[in-house]
Ligand binder design. Sequence first.
Ligand code: ADP
Ligand code: MG
Length: 231
Amino acid sequence: MTMPTTREVLIQLDNVGKRFATEDVETHALQNVSLTVDAGEWLAIEGPSGCGKSTLLSILGLLDSPSTGAYRLHGQPVAQLSADDRADARTRKIGFVFQAFNLIADLTVFENVELPLTYRSIGSAERRERVRDALDRVGLGHRGAHYPSQLSGGQQQRAAVARAVAGNPVLLLADEPTGNLDSVNGDAVMSLLAELHRDGATLCMVTHDPKHAMRAERVVRLVDGCVVHER
Ligand code: ADP
Ligand code: MG
């Protein structure tokens, strides 16, 4: 993968708000969030529990839509995409890593990594090659036939990272990727993310561990749904 030589804006949020209304309460999960992320950047998002970090990541990942404001991905206003085009953009452009790994228990590691590729028109030979490459990349080339329950937490998260990157996404989103890991495994997963970033991945990572946030190039702090600090 080549590094972009000129600045290329990948993500542009303008005054994004997100409101959740249930029967008796209305929550403003995000308010007036304006944020630009360049291709190839590594951004950390931090803030107290409930401040809107996961909501922000879901919007960036096209899993949810803003209530107000605009999101442009690669210059394209996301609100104008049809449901099919959104789903297509999500599978082609975006890779997710979650705190709880979210591997499917009755699929092997190989099948888990392959699954998102099956939603795309990629032939089975190329699919298998991509899965093998991704598993090699995370140091799990020898674990493809295992089931998630046969792996340690750190290995499961590495498998989840392989699943996220096998499709060559332009944007890698990680929501507290080390939250369920001990510090040794957490550091290993962070080193893996750092390596993917060095290879050109754009990475937006939610974390509440300042040690991990420090490794990012830029840190955005959210409080009560608002960006209060950026460095
Ligand atoms: P964080 O990831 O920073 O802990 P979240 O983005 O998960 O925070 O949540 C932000 C706020 O929005 C919280 O008050 C949460 O309860 C609320 N919220 C998130 N998702 C929903 C939902 N689907 N329905 C109602 N409220 C929600
Ligand atoms: Mg969260």
